[in-house]
Design a protein around this ligand. Sequence first.
Ligand SMILES: N[C@@H](CCC(=O)N[C@@H](CS)C(=O)NCC(=O)O)C(=O)O
Length: 210
Amino acid sequence: MKLYQFDLAPASKRVTFFLKETGIEVPIVQLNVRDGDQFEEPYNSLNPFHCIPFLELADGTVISESVAICRFLEETNNMSKKLFGKTSKERAIIEMWDRRIEIDGYVPLINGIRNKFERYEGKVLPGTRNDLPQVPAIAKRGIESCRILFERLNAHLNTSPYLAGDALSIADITGYEAVQLAIAIEMNFDEFEEVKAWHEKLDRRFKLNE
Ligand SMILES: N[C@@H](CCC(=O)N[C@@H](CS)C(=O)NCC(=O)O)C(=O)O
């Protein structure tokens, strides 16, 4: 089994934090996606989405998508810590938050960043190189979408230490990276004090684990 990563990328960080939290170990190969390693063989054929992270199994199966990779690793390793939940109810609540954060915050901000900063010219959509123009309005819309999400998260985090209750879950990892993207796109979210406090708590935890 091999996990293909680029340590600086948000999607890779989601898997890295999951591995650190659970103690699961997987051999890692670094691909520099900024230099276009993902378009070179054998990686180009291994993963047609041309993004990291992706996991290559011993039988040749390739799994991409950070959450799919983490879920597979959790289900195939017998670790006591479960970031996807232990009961049906826990799993549903965790997935609910994870998807809301990904749909309303993470993806709109990724699209925003790729449409805002010059370094993404020609790379507007992840895993592509083409001449699609950058559209600054997409960055503005991404921030608006994330603002609505943060308002909701702020109210929720006032009553809960982590998104799905008393324990950290995969949804918190997605949420942490969404806040990192909000910082990267220069969004001001000072008014969301609960979100900031939760992000700082996660920041200390993940940095301690480094
Ligand atoms: N939804 C995917 C996102 C994967 C993704 O977009 N990866 C980016 C880095 S964060 C990438 O590999 N980009 C390469 C490129 O755009 O060329 C996941 O969570 O795994």
